[in-house]
Design a protein around this ligand. Structure first.
Ligand code: ZN
Length: 443
C-alpha cells in the first residue's frame, strides 16, 4: 500500500436567504479586477513575487481570498508557459466576464451541517458582507461533504463561487490526506491502455500471460467537435472577434472535459472487475516526440485529450485504490505481439488495422497496442514477458454525439443517444478466442 493525498471537487447550488446574488456578483467582479491586474503587471514584466502583495493590499476582499485569487490568476499564466509549445493561448490580458472568488474554509467561506439534512453556507463577498443560505446538491456530494466533517482523515479545503448555467454555485474541495492505493508491483492483473484521439483501448493480462479481456471505448465525437471548434475559432481570429473566441474556447474545453470525464469513469469501472489491477499507460513525455505531427494544428488537437484522459483515469483509479504506471512507448504501435514473432515495422500498421508483414497476424491496431503496453510493462519490471497464445475478440463501446450544433450543452444531452456496440468483432469469422497461430496460417 502507498499513501496519496487526493482532492475531490463537490458542486452545490446556492439557496440564498441572507444577502443576494448581487453581493456575489460584486465579489466576482472584484475577483475579475484582481485577475486582470495580475495579468497587466505580468505583461509589464513584473516578477511574480512582486505582483502579489500590492495587488492583495489594494483588493477589497478578505485578505486570504485576495491571495487565493492572485494565485489562481498566476497559475493560469504558469499553465500557459508550461504548454505554449502545444500552441496553448496566453490567458486574455483583460476579461470582461466574472471571475471565481476563491476562498479558504473558515476564512472567506464556511459550510456547516445543521440538524441532520440541512447544510448551510456563509460566504464573505466583502469582509463584513455575508451571503448566507442553504446548499443544494446531489445526495452523493452531500455524503462526501459530511464525511469530510466527521472523518479525521478528511479536510474541507478551498471553495470557488461561480456563476454557471444561470445560477450561483459553490465548488467545494475535500481532501483525503492519506488515501491508500495498492502497490503497482503487487498487481495480479496488468491492464495496458492505448490512448488515441478518438478512442482508448484496454487489454487486461494476468501474470500467466492470458489476456482476460479487452475493450475499445470510442469517442469519435470528441475528435469531430474539436475540429469544428478549431475551425470556428480560426474564423473568429480572422474576423478579430476575440471575445467570441474566448467563449468558443470555453465551450470546447467544457465539451471535451465532460465527455472524457464520462469515458474515464467507464474505463475505471471496467478495470475494477479484475483482481488487483494496475493500469499502465504510455509515457506521454516520450510519445509527443515520437508522433508524426503534421502541422501545429494537429499538435494542438492531439495534445489535450491524451493528457487529460490519462490524468482523469489515473485520478479516478486512485480513488478506487487502483495504482497506475507508465512505460516507454517505443514501438508499441508497430510491434507484433506474438511472442514468437515480435516483428517491428511501421508497415505493420495501417490506420486502425494491424497486420504483421512477417507472420501475417492481424488485429485491431489500438487493442493490439494496448497488449504491447502490457508486454512492455512486464519487460520493464524485468519479469519474463508471459508467452502470448490467444486474444479475445475486440469489443467496442461507443460514445456518440446526438447531432451537430448542440455543443454548447456540456451536460449530458449530447450523450442521450450514446450507443453501446458490445461484441462487435473486428474479425467476424473468428470465434470468441482466436488462436494466434491459426490466424497466422489462415490469413
Ligand atoms: Zn508477427
Amino acid at each position: 500500500m502507498q499513501s496519496l493525498q487526493l482532492t475531490h471537487t463537490l458542486s452545490f447550488g446556492l439557496d440564498i436567504q441572507t444577502g443576494s446574488g448581487d453581493d456575489l456578483q460584486t465579489g466576482c467582479l472584484e475577483a475579475r479586477r484582481i485577475r486582470n491586474e495580475v495579468n497587466r503587471l505580468d505583461k509589464e514584466g513584473w516578477e511574480w513575487d512582486d505582483i502579489k502583495s500590492p495587488v492583495v493590499d489594494n483588493a477589497t476582499h478578505v485578505k486570504n481570498t485576495s491571495q487565493l485569487i492572485v494565485e489562481k490568476a498566476l497559475g493560469e499564466i504558469e499553465t500557459y508557459h508550461d504548454h505554449k509549445d502545444d500552441d496553448w493561448g496566453r490567458p486574455y490580458p483583460y476579461i470582461d466576464g466574472l471571475y471565481p472568488m476563491v476562498m479558504n474554509h473558515g476564512e472567506g467561506y464556511r459550510v456547516f451541517v445543521e440538524d441532520g439534512d440541512t447544510v448551510r453556507f456563509r460566504i464573505s463577498s466583502e469582509p463584513y458582507n455575508h451571503v448566507k443560505g442553504k446548499l443544494r446538491g446531489s445526495p452523493d456530494h452531500f455524503d462526501r461533504l459530511r464525511t469530510a466533517f466527521t472523518d479525521d482523515e478528511w479536510r474541507v479545503g478551498t471553495a470557488e463561487v461561480v456563476h454557471k448555467h444561470d445560477e450561483w454555485r459553490l465548488h467545494v474541495t475535500v481532501t483525503h490526506e492519506h488515501h491508500r492505493v495498492a502497490n503497482k508491483t503487487d498487481a495480479d492483473t496488468v491492464v495496458g491502455a492505448d490512448v488515441n484521439e478518438d478512442c482508448i483501448a484496454l487489454a487486461a493480462m494476468g501474470r500467466d500471460g492470458d489476456i482476460q479481456d479487452s475493450v475499445v471505448f470510442e469517442y469519435p465525437s470528441v475528435k469531430e467537435q474539436r475540429h469544428e471548434f478549431f475551425t470556428k475559432r480560426k474564423r473568429m481570429q480572422k474576423a478579430k472577434q476575440t471575445s467570441c473566441e474566448a467563449v468558443v474556447q470555453t465551450e470546447e474545453r467544457d465539451y471535451v472535459h465532460d465527455c472524457l470525464h464520462k469515458v474515464s469513469r467507464q474505463v475505471v469501472e471496467w478495470v475494477s472487475q479484475f483482481s488487483a489491477p494496475v493500469v499502465v499507460f504510455e509515457d506521454l513525455k516520450d510519445m509527443r516526440d515520437s508522433l508524426d505531427y503534421g502541422t501545429r494544428m494537429n499538435r494542438r488537437l492531439h495534445s489535450l485529450p491524451f493528457a487529460a484522459l490519462q490524468d482523469m483515469v489515473s485520478y479516478k483509479a486512485a480513488w478506487d485504490g487502483i495504482p497506475c504506471a507508465e512505460v516507454d512507448p517505443e514501438y508499441t504501435s508497430q510491434r507484433c505481439p506474438r511472442t514468437e514473432c515480435q516483428h517491428t515495422e511501421r508497415a505493420n500498421r495501417h490506420k486502425k488495422r494491424f497486420r504483421c508483414v512477417e507472420c501475417r497476424f492481424q488485429d485491431h491496431a489500438d487493442r493490439k497496442a494496448a497488449v504491447c503496453v502490457v508486454q512492455e510493462w512486464f519487460d520493464q519490471q524485468h519479469e519474463n514477458v508471459p508467452s502470448l497464445e490467444t486474444l479475445p475478440r475486440v469489443k467496442k463501446v461507443r460514445r456518440a454525439a446526438s447531432g451537430r450544433g448542440g455543443a454548447t450543452d456540456s451536460h449530458g444531452a449530447l450523450f442521450a443517444s450514446g450507443v453501446d456496440r458490445h461484441g462487435t468483432s473486428a474479425q467476424p469469422s473468428q470465434g470468441a478466442r482466436e488462436e494466434l497461430k491459426s490466424v497466422a496460417s489462415t490469413v
